[in-house]
Design a protein around this ligand. Structure first.
Ligand code: TEU
Length: 601
């Protein structure tokens, strides 16, 4: 643990600017609104704010379609507001990182406008242009059969210059050509150094594994017969020059500023694929997001993404084990998160929000799971108050996300009503929209997100009077109170939680989620390390029924009476009578969604 980099022990908190706090009554959150809540984040125990894109953008993908890297979108504020935000963070000992979205730009970016202006434009090669192909009947078809992420082809036809350009996401998001060194230099300068010079502390790097595409552009094998466009992530993920590009970005930009980096690695589920990005020796990224756990329940990444696939607890535990042990015997590092702006709410997906009691218990137990895990912890706005998915009664018109709408329209176009129903059901659990509804600050109209009478850009959750930050701030045993407490404990016991060795117990149990976290060796050289190691036992009931608590001292390998209870998720007034586990160890039964942590000291 000794001299670890600061970012390993830091708690990061993602802010989605449109939905956090509106200060000027236009129905969109903004940077002054965020500044007004920095003390709230500081009290919670947040060290670093990660601000999702607030750059100039047509907002077709909520700012992940940037038209000017050096300007702030007018609804979010001004450059001076960003300066004030940096100052607000730094003066409290906190840091700020921005989102770096440089796999693609908006089609409204001047670079793209110039690139599409003619085949001889000096910026033509900054994007990926290809001539058309023709099928047997002479019809024009795209250069490859690839399907993009938003339920369409990856190629868009440009009438003006009679070529296709590549877009892995929306047609309004043309992919930059990282093979072009001038293009890379412009990215480093305009999108990165500009902000680092203003005092930003680093970046969350969007789609970081997709800059190096296969340059021979072959068709993808037909894995979804009967449809025109085929899933093809292997054509653009983790490509031939990707590590070279990231090392270049690191050496030329990140390292000279001492900037922290966390990269987004979708479609990269194997530890041996992830390690090269985050191995300390490789000199690429500090950290990465790997998505296997957060993607549980999603259908096949492309056609069936929103056809929900229920999963057993054992599947979740196996994935957690894979990634919790990733750092053992390697020089890599890991991130811990269960929410972001691209997924449904954790309490609605991994917990049980069907009654107020189960909601509170499972939101706290999810907090316990996250805060006792090895790696750098990332929270998403509203997770700390147990924000839930949008109500099931809301119709498709409340879904605003380009991806949700794309998949829904695609299902409708098939004319298959079962598919439409299944897609709506899946969207109800998994859609990106759920995490994007306004933050529930208090019980005033519009949940205190924006002024009374204003129509917020997304509808406010019906339940905001019962579920909001102000109510929970007044109650130390609320979900918010629990997060505040456990984030302190995470720092106090960092050897066990942030850095500990993970041992999964009872992998096949479909109700209990239990593991031991071991601290470092005692280092006294008597060869007896194992017995003296500090250990924590995390016992969580991931079910809505009462479960038997296992043998605590047995699991910790200590004598009866040596184990102590560090904390439980259950409200103090509701504690089960201690019945035979020894003083302070709570009852032998775990109530629905109860979580506890025991120590062997
Ligand atoms: O997401 C990248 C990505 O590939 C996925 O993980 C994403 O969750 C999406 O749902 C794909 O189906 C990033 C951003 O996080 C996302 O919000 C953007 O829409 C996307 O890039 C494009 O910039």
């Amino acid at each position: 643990v000794g001299t670890t980099p600061w970012w390993k022990d830091a708690v990061f908190y993602q802010v989605y600017p449109a939905s956090f706090k509106d200060s000027n009554g236009d129905g969109w959150g903004d940077i002054p609104g965020l500044i007004s809540k920095i003390d709230y984040l500081h009290r919670l125990g947040v060290d670093v704010v990660w601000l999702s894109p607030m750059f100039e953008s047509p907002q077709q993908d909520m700012g992940y379609d940037i038209s000017d890297y050096q300007a702030v979108h007018q609804r979010y504020g001004t450059l001076e507001d960003v300066d004030r935000l940096i100052e607000a963070c730094h003066s409290r000992g906190m840091k700020l990182i921005l989102d770096l979205v440089v796999n693609h730009t908006s089609d409204q970016h001047p670079w793209f406008k110039e690139s599409r202006s003619s085949k001889t434009s000096p910026k033509r090669d900054w994007y990926i242009w290809k001539p058309p192909r023709y099928d047997g009947e002479g019809n024009r078809i795209p250069p490859t059969n690839w399907r993009g992420y938003f339920a369409g082809p990856t190629w868009t036809w440009d009438e003006g210059t009679q070529e296709y350009y590549l877009n892995l996401y929306g047609p309004f998001q043309p992919d930059l050509n990282w093979e072009n060194p001038e293009c890379r230099a412009a990215v480093y300068d305009e999108a990165m150094r500009f902000w680092l010079d203003r005092g930003v502390d680093g970046f969350r790097i969007d789609t970081v594994n997709k800059y190096s595409k296969r340059t021979d552009f072959p068709d993808a094998p037909v894995t979804c017969p009967g449809v025109a466009h085929q899933p093809a992530p292997e054509m653009w993920c983790n490509g031939p020059r990707i590590h070279e590009f990231i090392r270049e970005m690191r050496t030329r930009v990140l390292a000279p500023y001492g900037a922290v980096s966390v990269g987004e690695l979708s479609n990269t589920p194997r530890p041996e694929q992830v390690l090269p990005y985050v191995s300390a020796a490789a000199g690429e990224l500090d950290m990465a997001f790997e998505f296997s756990t957060i993607r549980l329940g999603t259908g096949d990444l492309f056609h069936g993404k929103y056809i929900y696939r229920p999963f057993p607890l054992s599947a979740l535990k196996r994935l957690v084990e894979t990634w919790q042990t990733f750092t053992e015997g390697t020089d890599g590092w890991h991130t811990v998160f269960c929410e972001n702006h691209d997924n449904g709410r954790a309490v609605s997906r991994f917990g049980d929000d069907s009654t107020p009691e189960l909601w509170e218990a499972s939101a706290k137990t999810i907090a316990l799971w996250q805060a006792t895990s090895t790696g750098t912890l990332f929270l998403y706005q509203g997770q700390e108050i147990g924000m839930r998915n949008m109500p099931a009664s809301w119709g498709i018109e409340e879904y605003k996300d380009v991806e949700s709408v794309g998949f829904y329209n695609e299902a409708v176009a098939t004319g298959d009503q079962d598919r439409v129903r299944a897609t709506l059901h899946g969207l109800g659990i998994l859609a990106r929209d759920h995490s994007r509804i306004p933050f529930q600050w208090d019980d005033s109209p519009n949940a205190g997100f924006t002024d009374e009478g204003v129509t917020p850009w997304m509808r406010v959750h019906d339940q905001y009077r019962e579920l909001n930050a102000a109510k929970q701030a007044a109650d130390p045993e609320s979900v918010l109170g629990f997060y505040t407490r456990i984030l302190k404990l995470r720092k106090q016991y960092r050897d066990l939680f942030t850095h500990g060795r993970f041992r999964l117990l009872a992998p096949d149990d479909e109700a209990l989620f239990m593991y031991v976290k071991e601290g470092g060796a005692d280092g006294d050289g008597d060869g007896d390390d194992d017995k003296k190691r500090r250990k924590a036992l995390v016992v969580m009931n991931f079910s809505s029924s009462v479960q038997q608590c296992p043998d605590i001292s047995g699991a910790l390998g200590c004598r009866e009476g040596e184990a102590s209870l560090l904390l439980s998720t259950v409200r103090s007034g509701k504690s089960a009578a201690s019945d035979g586990l020894g003083p302070g160890l709570r009852g032998s039964e775990l109530s629905p969604w109860e979580g506890r942590v025991y120590l062997n000291f």
